[in-house]
Design a binder for this molecule. Structure first.
Ligand SMILES: NC(=O)c1ccc[n+]([C@@H]2O[C@H](COP(=O)([O-])OP(=O)(O)OC[C@H]3O[C@@H](n4cnc5c(N)ncnc54)[C@H](OP(=O)(O)O)[C@@H]3O)[C@@H](O)[C@H]2O)c1
Length: 330
């Protein structure tokens, strides 16, 4: 697996990471043995960058990763780079959220994450969502204290603006920004990608497969009750039909090259900029292997341009989140 660097002078990470969220919540039922097998296979494939958060499954996701790390002993801990997040506070069973960025909350959230993960330090610790009522300097100051205490190695921010990033970076070096970025979610291209490049910050692309929609393998009417996508504006009604036509175009582009939609979507991200690291999520070994294969796919400038035009913003229907999900997004 080709590698990229996490922030300026940080550890080498696989060019494609593994998003673990779906192993605990949002995309249907969890199956821990299947998830553990997927984590195991990821490492065999050279994937060493694992993404979780305290809110995923209300701690379940971090505990699952912790159990897997423990089973592998100290050697496994050395092999992996674990990223987690704080800041989204929800009631069990509810999607609605409150954003907490207060220093006292950050300290207690970090201790709870360390305990669930069963590690002494979190390699990359993100503020999951920003609360604009707390100055970013205060939030990052509290995160920097965690670095000084050895509880965290590097810090990151999710779904923030370039201005906030510059203010944060002036307080303590930010290693990574994580935001949604995929063929159908391109906001990051205007200002965030260049800002990260200028500051030596890795851009971690979440939901790089459009939460499975871009793969062409999912259909909203088949989703289980409680699946978050049933209420996502891009997945329902007229938007689903219109976006489905774009995915059909992507399917023709992919099959003409002997690739899957997922592989093209990931190779497009890798081909965009050398500081972009997609973290596709999957619970299944078969999808994982397919996604890892994208690291070997090289799209040329013309192909990247064709895909850019195929998924131009005006061709994509619907917002990327329901209203409640926009809380804390800058
Ligand atoms: N910072 C944030 O606010 C934020 C928000 C969302 C996500 N994230 C992180 O980003 C990670 C990835 O995002 P995501 O999980 O939302 O979306 P994603 O990676 O775009 O898509 C995941 C979905 O695609 C399916 N899938 C994966 N590979 C496939 C393939 N080759 N063919 C067909 N289907 C495939 C998965 O199915 P199965 O699960 O059934 O395998 C799952 O339903 C998350 O796991 C999480 O760690 C961060």
């Amino acid at each position: 697996m080709q590698q990229r660097t996490l922030g300026a002078g940080g550890p080498a990470i696989s060019a494609i990471g593994l998003g673990c969220m779906g192993m605990s919540e949002f995309y249907g039922a969890s199956d821990d043995p299947q998830s553990l097998a997927t984590l195991e296979r990821a490492l065999e494939l050279g994937i060493n960058f694992f993404d979780t958060a305290d809110t995923y499954g209300f701690g379940h996701n971090e505990s699952l990763l912790g159990a897997w790390l423990k089973a592998g002993g100290p050697a496994r801990r050395q092999q992996v780079v674990i990223a987690s997040k704080f800041g989204i506070v929800r009631q069990p069973g509810k999607y609605e959220r409150r954003i907490d960025n207060s220093p006292a909350y950050i300290r207690s959230a970090c201790d709870a994450s360390l305990q669930r993960l069963g590690v002494e330090t979190i390699d990359l610790y993100y503020c999951h969502r920003r609360n604009p009522e707390v100055p970013i300097e205060e939030t990052v100051g509290a995160m920097a204290q965690l670095v000084h205490a050895g509880k965290v190695q590097q810090i990151g921010l999710s779904e923030i603006s370039p201005d906030t990033l510059r203010r944060a970076h002036a307080v303590h070096p930010v290693a990574a920004v994580q935001s949604e970025y995929s063929l159908w979610s391109r906001d990051a291209e205007a200002a965030m990608l260049p800002t990260c490049a200028e500051l030596g910050i890795t851009f971690v692309a979440y939901s790089p497969l459009g939460r499975a929609f871009l793969t062409g393998a999912m259909h909203t009417e088949q989703l289980a009750e409680g699946d978050f996508r049933k209420h996502n504006p891009r997945f329902v009604g007229e938007a689903e039909i219109s976006n489905g036509q774009l995915v059909a175009e992507l399917g023709r582009f992919a099959s003409a090259r002997g690739l899957t939609n997922a592989q093209v979507a990931l190779a497009w991200l890798l081909g965009k900029q050398p500081h972009v690291v997609p973290i596709p999520g999957t619970r299944r070994v078969a999808y994982l292997e397919q996604n890892a294969g994208a690291a070997e796919v090289l799209l040329n400038r013309e192909e990247i341009g064709e895909l850019d035009r195929m998924f131009a913003a005006e061709r994509v229907a619907g917002a990327r989140y329901p209203e409640a999900g926009m809380a804390g997004i800058e």
